[in-house]
Design a protein. Structure first.
Length: 381
């Protein structure tokens, strides 16, 4: 019989293996540099145009009584300027539009952590499974909800959030499992990208992910883990950087091509240097307590306060953090995820709050061009 300590040591050896730095992976994430440079040049020119724009903070109260004992909603999806708020501990979706500020629909049970984050694909909105063994799907036409079962059965939290590619492929990072879960929304068939041999029975915990214009997905570890970089074209993957504790649920790609995300439970801001394949935490003297990171039209980055008491603004060009707004409410977590609209408005989703968080640009009549919005502003948490 193999001892527990020996298993642990073998697991550590596997995780820290240099295999993933072999020559087979030298081209991971390499795409046409001219194309990439053009994308970021266009993106930077757009945000530079709005450098003088600031953001103001307001709130939209919920128009129905809801329990604050659990995380009610986590993440949202934007489609045709309508926001669909994903139920987590709540049993209903919230729909927000200009004509109907707040509409509730669905009856999906009150168990906790059902779905976290989501996406829009074709004529449906999807919530990503977290403890449920199913996607939740909403018809955009009539708000009819249905659960689409996974091909795999899990007994507890198994994946957290995820991303959706332009082809309708959803990639979800592991939550107490040893694999990335990939689901094709065209067929609802799933498969696993295993990150370790099954005999290790590892329970890996990753808490966020993002698509980068270089053709790769990056997955963020909770505590004492390594960032995973996965090439969407080949499904080849590698660990990058050293062990790090990010606790970053949501991140953005800034105009310098690097990835930034406020941490929820660790001090600091995660920075992934995509050119150097490295990761570190910036501003470790500051506790941001953020359950979301959203991009402003001015190129600056805004926090969605969860366990923190402030909305923070971070400028990746000057590396300066500023407190934008103090929220005088001690409930935790306050908000969790949200969306960026094409007019630059940022909406934060209530976790235990009884209102929506609204960050509004001071300049009117903004409309982010489709190609810039889809590549840089659209997210899934």
């Amino acid at each position: 019989m193999i001892s527990i300590s020996r298993c642990v040591n073998r697991a550590k050896q596997y995780i820290n293996s240099q295999y993933y730095h072999s020559r087979d992976y030298e081209m991971l994430g390499k795409i046409n540099l001219t194309e990439t440079d053009f994308m970021f040049q266009h993106y930077k020119q757009y945000t530079d145009k709005y450098q003088s724009v600031d953001y103001t903070v307001s709130f939209l109260p919920l128009n129905k009584q809801v329990s604050s004992k659990r995380c009610k909603w986590v993440g949202a999806v934007l489609y045709n300027d309508i926001v669909y708020v994903i139920p987590n501990g709540e049993s209903r979706f919230i729909q927000i539009s200009d004509n109907v500020p707040l509409e509730y629909f669905g009856e999906l049970g009150h168990d906790n952590f059902k779905w976290t984050g989501g996406c829009q694909w074709k004529d449906f909105v999807y919530g990503f499974p977290r403890t449920r063994n199913s996607f939740i799907r909403v018809s955009i036409e009539n708000n009819k909800t249905e659960e689409i079962p996974l091909q795999f059965i899990y007994n507890s939290e198994h994946h957290y959030g995820g991303i959706c590619t332009k082809e309708g492929m959803v990639y979800q990072p592991p939550r107490n499992t040893d694999h990335i879960l990939v689901t094709d929304l065209n067929t609802m068939e799933s498969y696993k990208i295993c990150l370790a041999p099954s005999w290790l029975r590892l329970k890996l915990r990753y808490c966020g992910s993002i698509i980068h214009p270089n053709g790769c997905i990056y997955f963020f570890p909770e505590r004492n883990g390594r960032v995973i970089k996965l090439d969407m074209r080949t499904n080849k993957w590698m660990y990058i950087g050293e062990n790090i504790s990010t606790m970053t649920f949501d991140a953005v790609v800034a105009t310098d091509g690097n990835i930034y995300g406020f941490s929820a439970y660790e001090p600091g801001i995660m920075k992934i240097d995509t050119a150097q394949n490295s990761c570190r935490m910036l501003h470790r003297s500051i506790f941001y307590g953020a359950y979301g990171t959203k991009l402003g039209v001015n190129g600056r980055i805004y926090s969605i306060p969860g366990n923190g008491d402030f909305v923070w603004e971070y400028n990746p060009v000057t590396d300066v953090s500023t407190k934008l707004y103090h929220i005088d409410n001690k409930v935790k977590p306050k908000f969790a995820g949200g969306v960026i609209k094409q007019d630059g408005t940022i909406i934060g989703v209530p976790a235990k709050e009884d209102r929506l968080l609204i960050l509004t640009p001071t300049q009117k009549n903004i409309h982010i061009p489709y190609e810039i919005y889809e590549t840089n502003f659209k997210d899934f948490y």
